[in-house]
Design a protein around this ligand. Structure first.
Ligand code: PGA
Length: 257
Protein backbone atom coordinates (compact mmCIF):
# COMPACT_ATOMS: atom_id res chain seq x y z
CA UNK A 1 0.00 0.00 0.00
CA UNK A 2 1.37 3.44 -0.91
CA UNK A 3 2.25 5.49 2.20
CA UNK A 4 0.25 8.65 2.77
CA UNK A 5 2.09 11.85 1.84
CA UNK A 6 2.86 13.92 4.93
CA UNK A 7 1.31 17.36 5.38
CA UNK A 8 3.76 19.87 3.84
CA UNK A 9 5.83 21.86 6.30
CA UNK A 10 7.13 25.41 5.83
CA UNK A 11 9.54 26.73 8.44
CA UNK A 12 10.62 30.37 8.69
CA UNK A 13 14.08 30.71 10.21
CA UNK A 14 14.29 34.33 11.31
CA UNK A 15 17.93 33.99 12.38
CA UNK A 16 18.99 37.18 14.29
CA UNK A 17 15.99 39.23 13.05
CA UNK A 18 14.04 41.46 13.44
CA UNK A 19 15.85 43.94 15.63
CA UNK A 20 13.08 44.62 18.18
CA UNK A 21 10.36 42.67 19.96
CA UNK A 22 7.76 45.15 18.67
CA UNK A 23 8.70 44.33 15.05
CA UNK A 24 8.67 40.60 15.79
CA UNK A 25 5.17 40.88 17.24
CA UNK A 26 3.97 42.80 14.19
CA UNK A 27 5.29 40.09 11.91
CA UNK A 28 3.59 37.31 13.87
CA UNK A 29 0.27 39.16 13.83
CA UNK A 30 0.52 39.48 10.03
CA UNK A 31 1.48 35.82 9.63
CA UNK A 32 -1.26 34.64 11.96
CA UNK A 33 -3.88 36.22 9.70
CA UNK A 34 -2.28 34.82 6.55
CA UNK A 35 -1.82 31.35 8.07
CA UNK A 36 -5.56 31.02 8.65
CA UNK A 37 -5.99 30.42 4.92
CA UNK A 38 -3.58 27.51 4.72
CA UNK A 39 -3.68 25.49 7.90
CA UNK A 40 -4.45 22.58 8.38
CA UNK A 41 -3.27 21.87 4.78
CA UNK A 42 0.23 23.05 5.65
CA UNK A 43 2.14 23.13 8.94
CA UNK A 44 3.64 26.59 9.36
CA UNK A 45 6.45 27.08 11.86
CA UNK A 46 8.10 30.35 12.88
CA UNK A 47 11.58 30.15 14.39
CA UNK A 48 12.39 33.54 15.97
CA UNK A 49 15.32 34.47 18.19
CA UNK A 50 14.49 32.55 21.39
CA UNK A 51 14.41 35.72 23.52
CA UNK A 52 11.16 36.63 21.70
CA UNK A 53 9.59 33.18 21.95
CA UNK A 54 7.26 33.55 24.96
CA UNK A 55 5.83 36.86 23.78
CA UNK A 56 5.23 35.53 20.28
CA UNK A 57 3.64 32.20 21.22
CA UNK A 58 1.07 34.14 23.26
CA UNK A 59 0.01 35.86 20.04
CA UNK A 60 -0.96 32.57 18.39
CA UNK A 61 -2.71 30.50 21.05
CA UNK A 62 -4.71 28.57 18.43
CA UNK A 63 -1.57 26.72 17.35
CA UNK A 64 -2.15 27.64 13.69
CA UNK A 65 1.34 29.01 13.77
CA UNK A 66 3.80 26.78 15.55
CA UNK A 67 7.11 27.94 16.94
CA UNK A 68 10.64 26.67 17.18
CA UNK A 69 14.11 27.60 18.39
CA UNK A 70 17.28 27.92 16.33
CA UNK A 71 19.51 25.94 18.68
CA UNK A 72 19.60 24.18 22.06
CA UNK A 73 22.24 22.83 24.40
CA UNK A 74 21.97 19.14 25.39
CA UNK A 75 21.18 18.68 29.09
CA UNK A 76 18.46 20.24 31.20
CA UNK A 77 20.21 22.81 33.43
CA UNK A 78 23.76 23.72 34.33
CA UNK A 79 26.71 26.04 34.02
CA UNK A 80 26.38 26.88 30.31
CA UNK A 81 26.41 30.63 29.95
CA UNK A 82 24.27 31.86 27.10
CA UNK A 83 22.69 28.50 26.26
CA UNK A 84 19.11 27.23 26.49
CA UNK A 85 17.91 23.66 26.99
CA UNK A 86 15.22 21.58 25.32
CA UNK A 87 12.96 21.80 28.38
CA UNK A 88 13.34 25.60 28.50
CA UNK A 89 12.40 25.87 24.83
CA UNK A 90 9.46 23.55 25.31
CA UNK A 91 8.18 25.40 28.40
CA UNK A 92 8.17 28.66 26.40
CA UNK A 93 6.06 27.18 23.59
CA UNK A 94 8.54 25.75 21.08
CA UNK A 95 7.59 22.54 19.29
CA UNK A 96 10.48 22.42 16.78
CA UNK A 97 14.25 22.79 17.12
CA UNK A 98 16.68 23.55 14.30
CA UNK A 99 19.91 21.59 14.75
CA UNK A 100 23.18 21.89 12.85
CA UNK A 101 22.36 24.92 10.74
CA UNK A 102 25.33 25.72 8.50
CA UNK A 103 25.75 29.14 10.11
CA UNK A 104 26.31 27.39 13.44
CA UNK A 105 28.56 24.76 11.86
CA UNK A 106 30.57 27.66 10.35
CA UNK A 107 31.03 29.18 13.80
CA UNK A 108 32.53 25.95 15.10
CA UNK A 109 29.70 23.53 15.95
CA UNK A 110 31.07 20.01 15.50
CA UNK A 111 29.40 16.80 14.30
CA UNK A 112 29.71 15.45 17.87
CA UNK A 113 27.89 18.46 19.33
CA UNK A 114 25.22 18.19 16.64
CA UNK A 115 24.74 14.47 17.42
CA UNK A 116 24.37 15.26 21.15
CA UNK A 117 21.85 18.01 20.40
CA UNK A 118 19.94 15.71 18.08
CA UNK A 119 19.79 13.01 20.75
CA UNK A 120 18.48 15.39 23.39
CA UNK A 121 15.77 16.83 21.10
CA UNK A 122 14.82 13.41 19.70
CA UNK A 123 14.37 12.09 23.23
CA UNK A 124 11.93 14.95 24.01
CA UNK A 125 8.54 15.69 22.54
CA UNK A 126 9.96 18.43 20.32
CA UNK A 127 10.56 17.84 16.62
CA UNK A 128 14.18 18.04 15.46
CA UNK A 129 14.94 19.76 12.14
CA UNK A 130 18.41 18.50 11.27
CA UNK A 131 20.20 20.62 8.67
CA UNK A 132 22.65 19.05 6.22
CA UNK A 133 24.23 20.33 3.05
CA UNK A 134 27.47 20.71 1.17
CA UNK A 135 29.57 23.88 1.14
CA UNK A 136 30.36 23.62 -2.56
CA UNK A 137 29.28 21.54 -5.54
CA UNK A 138 32.15 19.80 -7.25
CA UNK A 139 31.72 18.16 -10.65
CA UNK A 140 32.79 14.75 -9.30
CA UNK A 141 29.80 14.62 -6.93
CA UNK A 142 31.73 14.58 -3.64
CA UNK A 143 28.88 16.57 -2.09
CA UNK A 144 26.89 13.35 -1.74
CA UNK A 145 29.55 11.96 0.58
CA UNK A 146 29.44 15.19 2.62
CA UNK A 147 25.69 14.85 3.16
CA UNK A 148 25.95 11.14 3.96
CA UNK A 149 28.65 11.79 6.56
CA UNK A 150 26.60 14.56 8.20
CA UNK A 151 23.54 12.29 8.38
CA UNK A 152 25.46 9.31 9.67
CA UNK A 153 27.31 11.26 12.36
CA UNK A 154 24.16 12.96 13.64
CA UNK A 155 21.76 10.03 13.48
CA UNK A 156 23.69 6.79 13.98
CA UNK A 157 22.44 5.01 17.09
CA UNK A 158 19.06 6.78 17.16
CA UNK A 159 15.86 4.86 17.62
CA UNK A 160 13.64 4.28 14.60
CA UNK A 161 10.65 5.89 16.32
CA UNK A 162 12.72 9.04 16.91
CA UNK A 163 13.86 9.18 13.33
CA UNK A 164 10.32 8.92 12.04
CA UNK A 165 9.47 12.21 13.79
CA UNK A 166 12.60 13.91 12.50
CA UNK A 167 12.69 16.52 9.76
CA UNK A 168 15.80 16.71 7.57
CA UNK A 169 16.49 20.09 5.94
CA UNK A 170 18.75 19.83 2.91
CA UNK A 171 20.39 23.23 2.64
CA UNK A 172 23.35 23.55 0.28
CA UNK A 173 25.50 26.19 1.95
CA UNK A 174 26.26 27.93 -1.34
CA UNK A 175 22.54 28.59 -1.81
CA UNK A 176 21.87 30.13 1.62
CA UNK A 177 21.25 33.86 1.43
CA UNK A 178 22.94 34.10 -1.97
CA UNK A 179 19.99 34.16 -4.36
CA UNK A 180 21.39 31.01 -6.01
CA UNK A 181 19.14 27.94 -5.74
CA UNK A 182 19.49 24.27 -6.52
CA UNK A 183 17.56 23.22 -9.60
CA UNK A 184 14.42 21.19 -8.86
CA UNK A 185 16.13 18.19 -10.54
CA UNK A 186 19.15 18.50 -8.23
CA UNK A 187 16.88 18.82 -5.21
CA UNK A 188 14.98 15.70 -6.23
CA UNK A 189 18.20 13.77 -6.72
CA UNK A 190 19.40 14.79 -3.26
CA UNK A 191 16.06 13.88 -1.70
CA UNK A 192 16.35 10.39 -3.18
CA UNK A 193 19.92 10.17 -1.96
CA UNK A 194 18.86 11.16 1.58
CA UNK A 195 16.16 8.45 1.47
CA UNK A 196 18.85 5.96 0.42
CA UNK A 197 21.17 6.98 3.28
CA UNK A 198 18.36 6.72 5.83
CA UNK A 199 17.36 3.31 4.47
CA UNK A 200 20.96 2.17 4.89
CA UNK A 201 21.12 3.53 8.45
CA UNK A 202 17.64 2.28 9.47
CA UNK A 203 15.21 0.66 7.04
CA UNK A 204 12.94 1.61 4.17
CA UNK A 205 9.77 2.13 6.21
CA UNK A 206 11.59 4.38 8.67
CA UNK A 207 13.27 6.37 5.89
CA UNK A 208 9.96 6.94 4.12
CA UNK A 209 8.40 8.47 7.23
CA UNK A 210 11.03 11.21 7.46
CA UNK A 211 10.08 14.60 6.04
CA UNK A 212 12.74 16.25 3.91
CA UNK A 213 12.75 20.02 3.35
CA UNK A 214 14.78 22.13 0.96
CA UNK A 215 16.36 25.40 2.07
CA UNK A 216 18.56 27.95 0.33
CA UNK A 217 17.20 31.15 -1.28
CA UNK A 218 13.64 29.86 -1.48
CA UNK A 219 11.34 32.70 -2.56
CA UNK A 220 7.88 33.31 -3.96
CA UNK A 221 9.14 32.84 -7.52
CA UNK A 222 10.93 29.52 -7.21
CA UNK A 223 8.90 27.76 -4.49
CA UNK A 224 6.23 26.16 -6.69
CA UNK A 225 8.74 24.58 -9.10
CA UNK A 226 10.96 23.40 -6.26
CA UNK A 227 8.01 21.84 -4.47
CA UNK A 228 6.42 20.15 -7.46
CA UNK A 229 9.59 18.89 -9.14
CA UNK A 230 12.00 18.72 -6.19
CA UNK A 231 10.07 15.97 -4.44
CA UNK A 232 10.43 17.62 -1.02
CA UNK A 233 7.90 17.91 1.80
CA UNK A 234 8.29 21.67 2.21
CA UNK A 235 10.86 24.38 2.85
CA UNK A 236 13.17 25.95 5.40
CA UNK A 237 13.05 29.63 4.50
CA UNK A 238 15.43 32.32 5.76
CA UNK A 239 15.31 35.83 4.27
CA UNK A 240 11.89 35.52 2.64
CA UNK A 241 10.29 34.45 5.95
CA UNK A 242 10.74 38.02 7.22
CA UNK A 243 8.41 39.36 4.54
CA UNK A 244 4.94 38.20 5.55
CA UNK A 245 3.25 38.46 2.14
CA UNK A 246 6.08 36.61 0.43
CA UNK A 247 6.23 33.96 3.13
CA UNK A 248 2.47 33.43 2.74
CA UNK A 249 2.96 32.96 -1.02
CA UNK A 250 5.60 30.32 -0.33
CA UNK A 251 3.17 28.58 2.05
CA UNK A 252 0.48 28.81 -0.66
CA UNK A 253 2.80 27.12 -3.14
CA UNK A 254 2.82 23.89 -1.07
CA UNK A 255 -0.86 24.04 -0.14
CA UNK A 256 -3.46 21.96 -1.93
CA UNK A 257 -6.14 24.65 -1.48
P1 PGA B 1 17.76 31.79 2.96
O1 PGA B 1 18.18 31.01 4.30
O2 PGA B 1 16.36 31.38 2.63
O3 PGA B 1 17.88 33.24 3.32
O4 PGA B 1 18.73 31.38 1.90
C1 PGA B 1 17.81 29.65 4.50
C2 PGA B 1 18.35 29.18 5.84
O5 PGA B 1 19.44 29.60 6.23
O6 PGA B 1 17.72 28.37 6.52
Amino acid sequence: MASKKPIPLVVGNWKMNPSTLAEAKRLVVQLRTLARKFTPDVSVVVVPPSIYLSDLTRLSPSGRLQFGVQNVWPGSTGAQTGEISVSMASSCGATYVIIGHSERRASGETDEQIAAKYQSVAASKLTPILCVGEATRDPSGDYYAVVETQLTRALAGSKKAQLKRTVIAYEPVWAIGTGQTSTPADVEEMRLFIDKCLTKLFDRATARAVRVLYGGSVNQKNATELFIHGGVDGFLVGGASLRSAEFARIVASVSST
